[in-house]
Ligand binder design. Sequence first.
Ligand code: NAP
Ligand code: BLA
Length: 326
Amino acid sequence: MVQTPIKVGIVGTGYAATKRAEAIQADPRAQLLAVVGNSPESTQKFSQTYGISTVDSWQALVANPEIDLVFVCNINSSHGAIAQGALAAGKHVVVEYPLALAPLQAEALINLAKEDHKLLHVEHIELLGGVHQGIKKYLSAIGEVYYGSYSTIVPQNPAPMRWTYHREMFGFPLIGALSRITRFIDLFGEVASVNCHNRYWESSARDYDRGCFCTAEIRFKQGLIANIIYGKGETIHQAQRNLELYGDRGSLVFKGEAGSLITSDSQTPIEVASRRGLFNLDTLLVLDYLLEGKALYTTAEASYYALRVAEAARQSAMSGKIINLV
Ligand code: NAP
Ligand code: BLA
């Protein structure tokens, strides 16, 4: 058990880091001590906003003996190494998904946390969100589910020169956007095979892509076929966030936050809670776990399994072949 207040360090200063800092500062059970950022300007601004100190490197942050818990909230390509360093320094660790870009590294992190009896929590706020909770509530009403589709596409013109458009920093689209896969695995279990295609639009003038479009067909062991579409950037001209599940007795359809249960003779609206407040909830659940031993809503092992499926999607896209999972 950790003593209160739990002393916290944060790596990152963006949206996720801000939501974490707000949640920690609002909870007397935790105390935010230090942050390490990327650019000096955003680091300075973050430290002033929350009245905390800054350090020059994540290595210095995890070496601080006062810190009990480290939140890793920066670019995807850094997660694995920072989580590794933090666990090796004896800290509890929370990582925004993905845990690492490579499944092998993720597996090593899980083993390291287990050996040292430390928490390794991978945030999956999509599982806490209103759409997912709505699905879980009504899933039994649609009978045996045989098909699902989930499409999240975002037009952005011009595409920003940010890490989310950088192949190495974001990772393969369905690895960086792992939540598209975890939602289905959480509902329907293990995967048999993956067929995936991905296209980038690169730019000769810069290191950042102008966009990507990735489609995957995933066959689950229990029979369901899921189609996932993820795209962003300059070649997309309408935004979409649609999730549909077809069962033999009805369908569940979500367009953004507007959900409905459809059967042959009725259409019932489904109330969906806002996407706001999920990082706050995730942070409170981490504190509940560390201080009261309450079970968390997801495990690093589940995130690792999803990462293996996403890696199979990457291999499928590279090879043009269907990848079977063992
Ligand atoms: P963000 O707002 O863009 O923040 C990114 C952070 O990483 C900033 O502190 C940025 O610092 C830093 N950074 C940028 N380039 C870097 C580099 N080359 N090396 C090291 N640090 C760099 O991103 P975010 O939305 O908070 O996402 C952070 C993590 O949370 C990601 O892993 C993402 O997948 C995950 N996540 C986010 C959400 C969400 O709702 N936003 C949901 C689920 C998971 P500067 O600004 O100083 O460059
Ligand atoms: C997920 N949102 C993400 C991720 C990134 C962003 C990088 C992880 C990768 C992914 O799954 O695609 C970034 N999201 C943004 C940015 C905006 C945005 C820059 O909406 C700009 C407005 N995230 C937010 C905001 C909300 C939000 C403002 O930044 C909601 C009010 C929610 N983002 C949100 C949720 C997820 C997510 C709930 C989990 C993914 C999911 O729902 O499947």
